[in-house]
Write a protein that binds this ligand. Structure first.
Ligand code: FES
Length: 106
């Protein structure tokens, strides 16, 4: 089983199992990780699944769509490594990915 590590803003760490093809947003909700809300169900229209992807995995991520770019413009404290967790599906190349959660969602 693949793994994901979510790190909350206060440093609390959640290392969880990550089934292939499940999105990081779904995986966070499956495991009760606080800080990922996923209000729109993963349709890239709420931005409540914003997180910062650790630099090591940035090159492995799927490209950012225009819609995701637009949604990320509205999040608090956007950064170069900001992504929406519902747009990232687990695959072998992302095994061990580390994502840090923002202090607050939209
Ligand atoms: S869950 Fe709504 S944008 Fe990701």
């Amino acid at each position: 089983m693949l793994q994901v590590t979510f790190i909350e803003h206060d440093g609390t760490t959640h290392q969880v199992a990550a089934p292939p093809e499940r999105t990081l947003m779904q995986i966070a909700l499956d495991n009760g990780v606080p800080g990922i809300l996923g209000d729109c169900g993963g349709s890239c229209s709420c931005a409540t699944c914003h997180a910062y992807v650790d630099a090591r995995w940035i090159d492995q991520l799927p490209p950012v769509s225009e819609t995701e770019v637009f949604m990320l413009e509205g999040v608090p404290d956007p950064r170069e490594n900001s992504r929406l967790c519902c747009q990232i599906r687990m695959q072998a190349a992302l095994d061990g990915i580390v994502v840090r959660l923002p202090q607050e969602q939209v």
